[in-house]
Design a protein. Structure first.
Length: 113
């Protein structure tokens, strides 16, 4: 018997003992997404903020500098948008990294509207 001789019924209908089972497709809403924001302070060096954006948010230097300037000039800057668990992990990573380097940099998350 060759592979071409095998036939598989489509996923939506499978035959089982003379009856047909129909699979129902339900739409599942995507999980809510969360913004991860860096907050301005008067003590964390700009270069450190750029380093955080490059290391934890995989930004290239130019993009990280743009976000850092937004943090500096507007008080907060968007580092990324992620599902809840990823956003929460990134917030903890940034806070721990800043604390370990003795900087008061704050990172928060809020639901993306």
């Amino acid at each position: 018997m060759t592979l071409s001789e095998f036939t598989v019924p489509p996923m939506a209908a499978r035959h089982q003992e003379d009856s047909v089972i129909h699979a129902e497709r339900t739409k599942i809403a995507p999980p809510p997404l969360y913004k991860v924001l860096l907050l301005n302070d008067d003590y964390t060096p700009m270069e450190f903020v750029i380093h955080v954006l490059e290391r934890f948010f995989q930004m290239h230097r130019e993009q990280a500098t743009t976000v850092m300037l937004k943090v500096h000039n507007e008080g907060a800057g968007l580092a990324g948008i992620y599902p809840h668990d990823v956003a929460e992990t990134k917030v903890h990573q940034v806070r721990d990294f800043a604390r370990n380097h003795q900087h008061p940099l704050q990172c928060v998350m809020e639901e993306n509207q």
